[in-house]
Design a protein around this ligand. Structure first.
Ligand code: FAD
Ligand code: NAD
Length: 405
């Protein structure tokens, strides 16, 4: 019997977790595993806010994908996926067409702009390594230009961050530490710089523990960060953003940098397939397969699952994407042997949100609240654990975070 081909699209947390768990559990002749990713490196999406602020080098955020692959079992193809035809089992890429017996779609997230005018054009987004690099360099350019120009435009030194979810808050935490460094580097007085977080909801980190939210906002305010809460961004222009401050009331914030961190959606390629989706996320079956397609699994931010106990969807996180990868690998192996699939059951270990290098807030181990250096230590351990689960101790030694004191 012909051995099955497993085609995995995307080498982020979900894709790599699927592939490394498959390679651990199969023999060399059991199946052909093909991993396609648009870069020959994997990046830690969960560290991108650090690269965007300039507190971590973009090089530290990424590593060569082949480092974690067993090339006797997995073929890696560097290619950009252009189309997915699940009815004819064909995937189009810029390196040619591929076919499969089992497909795993792990193409990750894109920034959600909710159709707000001007955001696509004038706001930057923490989307991948190069987008993070662009944010860092854009901010540095604004500081350098301000220092050089005779008639100084102080709005160059205003940074607006749209969205006070976990991404926005973690990015602000990094900026809190980075802005004083930039001021020194570019001879800019600190009082000239404004960092403003604009949030649509009536609170920062909507739905998170209020005690932790208070801790985070006071901490960030102590670093000079301003908050405009309950004031959605309604438009972006080359000069800044328009925010809604009341019924028929609007204000304009002039800003040299606008970073949009107000939510994510799945990869747009999903919307071009015949699989049903909403905001490019597929409501998967309990074994992570797409509805109506027994040979297609969806993992990570392209998958949508309800948390029935909480009455709301599971958030798109690396934590869940990696756990899904483990179950998908097990399910594919079982199907290939003529067996049955198992239900994916998330094991939520809590959430820790960093506030820069040495502070954080977290709700862990079933409701225990942590703040400060203890929480920051925990965050670094979580980051190192993710490396360990994909690449073992050698990847932790190469890329891990050890500045924990
Ligand atoms: P991704 O990690 O986005 O991987 C997708 C992969 O597909 C990438 O390698 C990409 O290059 C590739 N790809 C995309 N399009 C194509 C194409 N057309 N062709 C080929 N390859 C393609 N979650 C947590 O659990 N904890 C955290 O602390 C945390 N922090 C975060 C911080 C930030 C700044 C951000 C933005 C997110 C954070 N998240 C966190 C969420 C987490 O990063 C995502 O949930 C996770 O990355 C989803 O994994 P994924 O495998 O679905 O997609
Ligand atoms: P999010 O959806 O969690 O937060 C987006 C925020 O933007 C919300 O507070 C929302 O009210 C706000 N917003 C929406 N429209 C707006 C508008 N027009 N103007 C102003 N504000 C607006 O998105 P995220 O923060 O990008 O996070 C994405 C996913 O990644 C989430 O699942 C999150 O849990 C995960 N994540 C986790 C961590 C962590 O665990 N440390 C860190 C970052 C991201």
């Amino acid at each position: 019997m012909k051995r099955p081909t497993v085609l995995v699209l995307g080498g982020g947390y979900g894709g790599l977790s699927t592939v490394v768990n498959l390679q651990k559990k199969i023999g060399t002749d059991d199946m052909d595993i093909v991993l396609v990713n648009k870069n020959d490196y994997h990046y830690e999406s969960t560290w991108l806010h650090e690269a965007a602020a300039g507190t971590l080098s973009p090089e530290d955020v990424r590593y060569d994908i082949k480092r974690v692959l067993n090339e006797n079992k997995v073929k890696f193809i560097k290619a950009t996926v252009e189309s997915i035809d699940v009815d004819n089992k064909k995937v189009g890429t810029d390196a040619g067409e591929l076919s499969y017996d089992y497909l795993v779609i792990a193409l990750g997230f894109e920034g959600e702009t909710f159709g707000i005018e001007g955001l696509d054009k004038y706001a930057l987004s923490i989307a991948d390594v190069n987008a993070a690099r662009q944010i860092r360099e854009h901010i540095e350019y604004q500081f350098a230009t301000w220092s050089l120009e005779d008639e100084k435009d102080d709005s160059r030194l205003t940074i607006v961050v749209g969205g006070a979810g976990f991404t926005g808050i973690e990015f602000l935490g990094e900026l809190g530490n980075r802005v004083p460094e930039l001021c020194e580097e570019f001879d800019v007085p600190r009082e000239k710089v404004r960092v403003i977080c604009v949030e649509a909801a009536p609170m920062v980190l909507p739905g998170f523990d209020p005690q932790l939210v208070d801790y985070a906002t006071s901490y960030l305010k102590s670093k000079g960060i301003e908050f405009s809460i309950g004031t959605p961004v309604v438009e972006a222009t080359p000069e800044g953003v328009k925010i809604k401050t009341g019924e028929d009331k609007f204000e304009f914030i002039k800003a040299g940098t606008v970073v949009w961190a107000a939510g994510v959606r799945g990869n747009r390629l999903i919307e071009e397939t015949s699989i049903e989706s909403k905001r490019a996320r597929v409501a998967v079956r309990e074994d992570m397969r797409a509805p109506g397609y027994d040979d297609v699994f969806i993992v990570g931010d392209c998958a949508f699952m309800m948390n029935e106990d909480a009455g709301r969807p599971y958030p798109p996180t690396a934590q869940i994407a990696m756990q899904q990868g483990v179950q998908i690998a097990e399910n594919i192996i079982s199907l290939a042997k003529g067996g049955k699939t198992k239900k994916f059951v998330p094991d939520l270990k809590g959430t820790v949100c960093s506030l820069g290098e040495d502070d954080a807030i977290g709700n862990v181990f079933d409701g225990k609240l942590v703040t400060g250096k203890k929480a920051s230590f925990l965050k670094k351990m979580i980051d190192n654990r993710a490396l360990y689960l994909i690449g073992g101790p050698s990847l932790v030694l190469k890329k891990g975070k050890f500045n924990v004191l």
